[in-house]
Design a protein around this ligand. Sequence first.
Ligand SMILES: *[C@@H]1O[C@H](CO)[C@@H](O)[C@H](O)[C@H]1NC(C)=O
Ligand SMILES: *[C@@H]1O[C@H](CO)[C@@H](O)[C@H](O)[C@H]1NC(C)=O
Ligand SMILES: *[C@@H]1O[C@H](CO)[C@@H](O)[C@H](O)[C@H]1NC(C)=O
Length: 355
Amino acid sequence: MWLHRVVVLFVLAILTPSLTAFQSCGQDKQCVPYEQCNEGLMVDGKFYPDRSRTTMDEQCHYMEKCCNIQDTLSTPTLPAEATNWPCGGRHDLWYYLRPLGYKQREAKFGEFPWLVAVYGAEGYLCSGALITPLAVVTTAHCVQSVEPGKLRLVAGEWDAAVELEPQPHQERSVTESVLHPNYTQMPLAHNMAIILVDKDTPFQLTPNVQPICLPPPQMSYNYSQCYVSGWQRGDFGGSAILPKRWTLYVLPPDQCRAKLRLSFLGRRHAHNDTLLCAGGDKGDFVCGDVDMAAVPLMCPLSGHDDRFLLAGLVTRTARCDGPQLLGIYTNVKIYRQWIDLKLRERDLDIRQYMV
Ligand SMILES: *[C@@H]1O[C@H](CO)[C@@H](O)[C@H](O)[C@H]1NC(C)=O
Ligand SMILES: *[C@@H]1O[C@H](CO)[C@@H](O)[C@H](O)[C@H]1NC(C)=O
Ligand SMILES: *[C@@H]1O[C@H](CO)[C@@H](O)[C@H](O)[C@H]1NC(C)=O
């Protein structure tokens, strides 16, 4: 995946045995990540890299600037520590960091810092959400047939094709996958799992790695502005692998029941609160053709525009419902007590995801 970059570094290392490991983009200029180029603005002691693009910059990756060699910083200027943020919180530190041709369809770097990419031996499997530095929730369907020892979790990731982000991603191995005991594949029910990280190597909380809040079981949903965001399996292998992002609304339970009754799931699910429906404008979403396994559905906490809780996880590929989109999600709040119990049984702190 990072082979191209590795090869470039290797070749340059041979040609120029000096300090430089960056690709040249002109006389005394080299391609370096924005945060490592000391061309920008200092405002209130905070450094804002210059992210404007000139034709010079076009020779570099979109996350790099064609920077004067003498302006290259050996270590990037990073934002402050982020160990004490409340769950579901985020800061728009990288508002201007956008992929080429950005059309609001991709998440920004650090926009959903609890988003986790789950990999198996053969590559990307699905998305998940960080709830504590030691635990990720995802669907049972995603991890059921993979030994925990073969799973890898990557948090703080953005463009999975490169390693040029302003802050590094973090990778961890898995000690245990806890599947919901009543999970069944046919019919697809209780599609919920917790994946646990080795207690000795918790994820470090940084601005791009934060836990999301879990809703209490009695919470009622009335959300018109929620988001789904996560990677799409079909993008892997491309030159940019960015998490997608859509705005959705959660359907009231009665409308969801009606949809489920009429849908492919049939009568069996007609009165079932373990599932959540979310709809939205179909837009350029290709219905039924998008592999977005276990992608989180995130809604703002009431009274906070910029704090989020985990409402659902994609359990069924979204379908087109006329001009609208209909997605079926595992209703996370139903599993809150089970998640609490499984973490407590293992002496894990559950306060991080509490609202
Ligand atoms: C699984 O299903 C059984 C039988 O319906 C029920 O008693 C039990 O509470 C369920 N387990 C969980 C964790 O919900
Ligand atoms: C959702 O909340 C809005 C504003 O608080 C309210 O006007 C609307 O009736 C609510 N919808 C439902 C289905 O409860
Ligand atoms: C919802 O459906 C699942 C699977 O069919 C079943 O185990 C569960 O008991 C149902 N819940 C309700 C409230 O009907």
